[in-house]
Design a protein around this ligand. Structure first.
Ligand code: TA6
Length: 326
């Protein structure tokens, strides 16, 4: 794969829309910046179609990106929202988490009609098509369309549409994850609601299957678990920041929970030794039941992130009420 970034084809939707701007980011890599009138913003690099920033109307950063992140191919950017496709982790012959996160994507010049009305939303459509290089390691032809949307309330939506374009009639199968790194005040003060009593595969114990206990999940050591068939809503409660992240997902039955803690943190060159204290990955994923597409078929996987102020003590926001959609 050539390391030189191709010059991006800029679609009219980008050039004519003041809230969508394409510009140069770190190491001259192209990025698209979405802004809304209230002050919220999102930044996504064409390298990996990688969201690296999501800020609320106060300009507060909601995603974690390591201070040691490397913005240079072929390394994936450490933080934000890497896209794991066509393989999650080492569940297959490819490099960990597949190759979509270290490919150059383009702005989609003619995106097919979108299933939902996007009139009041700020968005950009990105496209990745399989190349001859890709076919050598994953012999399938595909089109991957990703719409990144900044909603009117400052929510961040990612909608993936993956189509099998194999000319030879062959189906293909893949696993997938939005490997989202949330910024948290203090990992030992954070709770995750919505995964109680579920079965999970523990990546720290050869993916053995266990059942989670009945309370909210808290953190005191390395965690690397794949929760199976989860509810469509999961909440991260950050008391110190009086903030609750709500993750809504469609077409993605599983959720990965990851924090490297201190030892693993020290082993990662592109991650600060103490940074594990301020991040938590909750990854909407399709792992346990890989997705199979016949030629012409298209899969859709969507996640919607919102950050709502919460003052737990006042009971304003009872996580169970959030999860029940009250
Ligand atoms: O999603 C959790 C996980 O698979 C962990 O096992 C850990 O390896 C993490 O992803 C980061 O993977 P990366 O390839 O980005 O270093």
């Amino acid at each position: 794969m050539s390391s030189a970034a191709p010059s991006p084809v800029v679609a009219p939707a980008v050039t004519e829309n003041p809230t969508v701007q394409i510009c140069r980011g770190i190491n001259g890599l192209d990025k698209v910046v979405l802004r809304d009138f209230r002050g919220s913003s999102v930044e996504v690099y064409l390298y990996g179609a990688h969201v690296t920033s999501w800020k609320n109307e106060h300009g507060e950063e909601l995603l974690f990106v390591s201070s040691k992140a490397i913005f240079k191919p072929p390394k994936a950017i450490r933080g934000g929202i890497p896209i794991c496709f066509p393989q999650f982790s080492n569940l297959g012959p490819l490099e960990a988490h597949g190759f979509a996160r270290n490919r150059f994507w383009s702005v989609d010049p003619s995106p097919p009609p979108f299933p939902v009305n996007s009139s009041n939303k700020t968005y950009v459509d990105l496209l990745l098509k399989s190349t001859e290089e890709d076919m050598k390691i994953w012999p399938h032809s595909f089109e991957f369309r990703l719409r990144v949307t900044l909603g009117p309330a400052g929510d961040l939506m990612l909608t993936s549409r993956i189509r099998n374009t194999n000319p030879d009639g062959k189906p293909f199968t893949f696993t997938f994850a939005y490997h989202t790194y949330f910024s948290v005040s203090d990992i030992s003060e954070v709770r995750v609601e919505g995964l109680e009593t579920l079965d999970y595969l523990d990546n720290l114990q050869n993916r053995q299957r266990f059942t989670e206990q009945g309370d909210a999940i808290t953190f005191e050591s390395e965690v690397d678990k794949i929760y199976l068939s989860t509810p469509t809503k999961i909440a991260i409660l950050d008391h110190e920041k009086k903030r609750t992240f709500v993750i809504r997902k469609d077409g993605l039955s599983d959720a990965v929970v990851w924090n490297p803690w201190d030892k693993k943190a020290k082993s990662m060159a592109d991650f600060g030794d103490d940074e594990y204290k301020h991040m938590l990955c909750i990854e909407a994923a399709a792992i346990e039941k890989p997705i199979t597409l016949k030629p012409g078929e298209e899969w859709k996987g969507r996640q919607e992130l919102s950050a709502v102020p919460s003052s737990y003590c006042s009971g304003q926001l009872d996580p169970r009420r959030v999860l029940q959609g009250a």
